[in-house]
Design a protein around this ligand. Structure first.
Ligand code: NDP
Length: 435
């Protein structure tokens, strides 16, 4: 805390990993000797830059851009770019730190990074977004590369923004390489990248339930958010026989007792994705409840999928979920549960999948997009669907290996993911010596 004053989200993420890893390495001298934990918690490099662009009225605007390159021990830095007014160094450092462990869990050769800007895409015209993306890439391009650092999308950065940034990179470098993932299919994108995070989050829940000889079918589910992760989690849950009764955005949540089926979801994807509207309009269209300024966690459910943003399940809300009979939580968003909330879930022994395991499907398919770009081929969708399924199962198995309790059937997936993610990166760092 002395070295990183005021970076509360970063402290939270490091503390949570350190708690588990410290216990694990107690009797493993090499990790102490090489100061691995301290070294992983110090990013390799942080780049901060001015992004200057012109709005539609000819005003000059100034934003701040960032790229946190946390650790490249097992592959090029890899992690998304976030455009949101709340973006600051603490948030990006926590995300880059988490990404390092998540990418390790996928089994693919990817290091950890994250970037973004405090630019707010809401209410901006298409041209303004394009000019901003071009200005952002005009500095970022010199710090990234297909073998160095490969950014992707995140909150506020979808196919449109990736297209503008990729175009600018290509123009500046005169080089067509896989320097970003989440690209359009016409210029090197991979099938199922868009669906992968949401689907993966649901697959992880499916595996946790299967381990207890249970299934998603017939379960009432809460999903928060209504962006990329939330909508594809909803689609997969519905396909597997679950009933999703909530979705949300930054203005509140909708509660539809009948369930948000395929047609309703299509309406929401158009509303939030294409028209960039507010979720309340969906409540009017479906004739269901809208709760302004609230989050969905007070609605009774069997399963919960936070898919919006960090710290969106408070400790109090975690207790409410438990009291209302929730049996499992799978984190689609990054670090959506407050620290004490996580402890409440594990103390109550409900299934709890931490984000670095549960939402790794997106970056896994990004890793597969990188492989396809390097080989200049596109794999078939069915092949990629199977690979995503296998990778999520592989992550579940690693969590079991390190998270199984000695004296009960309970699996601590937080501990399992932290230790499994750590060991691979740590062993690579030791192999390199003091760097
Ligand atoms: P999107 O921008 O597509 O959607 C974000 C959703 O969350 C929107 O509904 C947005 O509401 C809501 N939201 C954002 N910030 C807040 C906030 N401060 N309070 C309340 N609601 C908020 O992002 P994604 O779906 O891509 O990302 C969601 C989460 O998943 C993030 O934590 C991200 O880091 C994580 N993630 C995403 C991956 C991906 O592949 N996309 C991969 C791994 C993790 P509104 O429309 O009102 O802004």
């Amino acid at each position: 805390k002395r070295r990183n004053p005021g970076e509360t989200e970063f402290h939270q993420a490091v503390y949570e990993v350190a708690m588990n890893v410290y216990d694990y390495i107690q009797d493993k001298e090499k990790y102490h000797q090489w100061q691995i934990l301290r070294r992983i918690a110090e990013p390799d490099r942080i780049i901060i830059f001015r992004v200057c662009w012109e709005d539609d009225n000819g005003n000059i605007r100034v934003n701040r851009g960032y790229r946190v390159q946390n650790n490249n021990s097992i592959g090029p830095y890899k992690g998304g770019i976030r455009f949101h007014p709340s973006v600051n160094l603490s948030i990006l450092k926590f995300l880059a730190f988490e990404q390092t462990f998540k990418n390790s869990l996928t089994g693919l050769p990817m290091g950890g990074g994250k970037g973004g800007s405090d630019f707010n895409p809401k209410g901006k015209s298409d041209n303004e977004v394009m000019r901003f993306c071009q200005a952002f890439m005009s500095e970022l391009y010199r710090h990234i590369g297909e073998d160095t650092d490969v950014p992707a999308g995140d909150i506020g950065v979808g196919a449109r923004e990736i297209g503008y940034m990729f175009g600018q990179y290509k123009r500046l470098k005169n080089s067509f390489v896989g320097v970003l993932t989440g690209k359009g299919m016409e210029f090197g994108g991979s099938p199922i990248r868009t669906e992968a995070t949401g689907y993966g989050t649901v697959y992880f829940m499916q595996d946790m339930l299967a381990h207890q000889k249970n299934a998603i079918e017939g379960k009432t589910c809460l999903v928060s958010g209504s962006g990329n992760v939330a909508t594809y989690a909803t689609e997969k849950l519905t396909q597997l026989g679950g009933k999703v009764v909530t979705l949300s955005d930054s203005t509140g949540f909708i509660y539809d007792k009948e369930g948000i089926d395929k047609d309703k979801l299509a309406f929401i994807v158009d509303l939030k994705g294409r028209r960039r509207g507010r979720i309340e309009e969906a409540a009017k269209e479906f004739g269901c409840e809208f709760h302004a300024g609230k989050r969905p966690w007070s609605v009774p459910c069997d399963l919960a999928f936070p898919c919006a943003t960090q710290n969106e399940i408070s400790t109090k809300e975690a207790h409410t979920l438990i009291e209302n009979g929730c049996q499992g939580v799978s984190e689609g968003a990054n670090m959506p549960t407050e620290q004490e909330g996580i402890h409440a879930f594990t103390a109550a022994k409900i299934l709890f999948a931490p984000s670095k395991a549960a939402n790794a499907g997106g970056v896994a398919v990004s890793g597969l997009e990188m492989s396809q770009n390097s080989a200049r081929i596109t794999w078939k969708e069915a092949e990629l669907q199977q690979l995503l399924r296998d990778i999520m199962q592989g992550i579940h198995d690693q969590c079991l290996q390190y998270g199984k309790s000695k004296d009960s059937d309970y699996v601590d997936y937080v501990k399992g993911a932290n230790i499994a993610g750590f060991t691979k990166v740590a062993d690579a760092m030791i192999a390199y010596g003091v760097l």
